[in-house]
Design a protein around this ligand. Sequence first.
Ligand code: SER
Length: 891
Amino acid sequence: MQSSDIRRTFLDHFRAQDHRVWPSSSLIPNDPTLLLTVAGMVQFKPFFLGESLPEHPRAASVQKCARTLDIENVGVTTRHLTFFEMLGNFSFGDYFKREAIRWAWELSTRPAAPGEGGGFGFDPERIWATVYTDDDEAERLWLEESGIPASRIVRRGKKDNFWSTGGAGPCGPCSELYYDRGPEHGAEGGPEADENRYLEFWNLVFMQFEQDAAGNIVGTLPKQNVDTGMGLERMAVLLQDVPNVYEIDTLGTLLSRALELTNFDEGQYQRGGPSAVSARVLAEHSRSAAMLIADGVLPSNEGRGYILRRLLRRAVRHVRLLGEDKPVMPDMMHTVIEVMGDAWPELKEQSDLILKVAQSEEQSFSRTLSAGMSILEKEIGHANDLSGAQMLSGETAFKLHDTYGFPIELTLEIAQERGLLLDRDEFLRAMEEQRTRARGARRGKAEGTPVEVYREAAAAVGGVEFLGYDKESAESKLAVLLTADGPTERAGEGDELEVVLPLTPFYAEGGGQLGDHGVIQTETGRLEVLDTVAPISGLTVHRARVVAGEIAAGQPAHAEIDHARRASIRRGHTATHILHASLKEVVGDHAAQAGSAIDAGRFRFDFPHFSAVEREQLAAVEALVNDRIAAGPEVRTTETTLDRAREMGATALFGEKYGERVRVVEIGEYSRELCGGTHVGHATEVGLFTIVSEGSIAANLRRIEAITGPEAFAYLSKERLVAEQVARLLKVSGDEVAERVGDLLERLRAAEKEIARLRQEALMGRAAALLGGAEDVDGARLIAAEVPGADRDGLKALASDLANRAGTGVVVLGARTDDGSALLFAAVSGDLDAEGVGARDVLQPGAKAVGGGAGGKGATAQAGGKDGGKLADALEASRVAAREAIRAARA
Ligand code: SER
């Protein structure tokens, strides 16, 4: 069975059991508690927690997942991956343990068939099951629903048979299925004895509880749920009868390519060892990196960008370990797109981006990798010399991280390979110091209200209706008042709180658009709304301050947004869409929106690109956007289903999560985006659009800042004023300014050059006099003199010139600088240098006299000291030293 057959067989089976098939969500979860999508259940978390209601209580999916916890096991064991596909079936308060167990058993053991209705055809005699320590019910159900005898049902503890994402969220006991691959794969005795021989292929989680971030059970979920996860790659190992996950159909092709690109033959690979591991790492990490980039992750120094960077850099290191110096990552990525692109079309859509990111990351890391490695090698040698101190210093690790781009985990791994420990505390201290420096005075704002409080508020109100697409004010009521300490009944002047209204015209921050401001008025008091946000899906809260009188929960209230601000935001939001479409046309398809923030009057728009956008391109984008505004098509919004929107070709944003019903915003023929924000009626209302800046915000990530409407006019008008002032000063008309400034700069440069030349000439004029006054020491000429007014370059040029002209001789020159310190320079003629008269030795006593030290080697040396008053003494000291050195050399 190929990977594609495995996916199809799984989904068919559950479709037949009335499951709705969901598409995979992005690897970037819409969930602040998780960095990456780690399981199929992630996109369904709100259903399990009871925060929102699914249209259908059964679901199945093939989910892209990434986990890097066991990254150092990749390539070493038979089964560890950083990217994998999880096949899952889910029940949201519908069926529970019995059906989950029955259907898992049926699908596993039913014979394979080409069309629908086939299973995986596993030998029932070789399947083992595990259950949670005290889950008698699960054990009984296995006995009733399957052919597994009690002897092949094993009880295991929390570590193995209790599942959670690791963070806050739903969790529960689980039951896992294992397949016995036979005695050639390891010891007898079930999963407890050998997890290579007994390969886990399916995990059935009975989601019943909720835990907090620390892992404490904090409650029972509103309903009993099922969440199962079957590893596609492990199934492929079993069904394709290959020894490990790196040799299945998909990854196997990548592995062959890795061997080919690094000139390793299959025979060498078959013999195993570290090189085989390196090849697997290269194949596996390339795939994970490509999938992450396709979902909008770009390399950076934090969060998921850092995970991507680690994967790419670790892969590059293994390429070098395989002895290959030329770049291979773009070729690897090419193969990933070929092998995986049918199942995951986003790889094809983002192929440009994937190739370029891989190329630039490989390039930049290659530049520092060998320099970093030689520092590391030296340190490792050093640490090994000091017997007992088997510790690599944290300072070194920090330097490698900071200057050479070595992810700390990579340094740690290399240290471990060489039998060393790493002083992690010292490293963390260095990191923390750097962070403190960077943070300066900046301070984050504390996030107060716990999420449970919001959930209770949402339950109490029973849903908030947003009226703001066509209304800017509404009659509503103060349904819930929240303070940092929880709900409250009343509040007085000066109090700050969060207000929940069942009906509201206020837009909650989302999709890049900032929340509305405005006022809420009751019979007895007035609130100023400072921000509007949705802390959990479906609940809008108004962050407000009581500015007059007092208010009480339950009061009727008149809510009204700040009209001018909203109008300005509307213009910005529509302009964002037009910019998005225009940028893609001018700069390229990869320049897709990676983030945006739309404030009153101005907005910013982030997108991936590899260098600064060229001036002409930026001007073309600006012109195109303005043309499109002037053409003024209607901005149409429609509500539809997600599937229908996809058919319409609407652009969905990276990492955004959309509900069942979505809104599509269309402008002319060129822009069609999924968007919940507020827009103008016709593009003309945007008025004017101008770009104020374009710059880099992270590696490969650019940001455009732009303004619209009256704000844009005010900005341009101010610019014109400046231009007019400059023109007046230069006494030319506006369009001659650039030419005139160019002329002036050229003349300035010429004048500066002339001054430098004259200075040099004056110095050289002194050369004759100095040469005339030279002392004769055993036939060599010795000059030690002050050259008033000379700077560093002047001294250097003059000293070298004199040493040349002297034929055989030593020259020491000094000068005092404006701030009262001293500069010294020494030059020795070639023959004396060859005879061992060192410029630095000659200069050293002089340097000491002015309170400094001399540097340099061979025929020239320089020195500086703060004590300019001692310059005469210094020159005398160096003269004596030079005399002795010449005599010694001549003796
Ligand atoms: N969430 C469980 C897992 O990841 C089952 O889907 O194993």
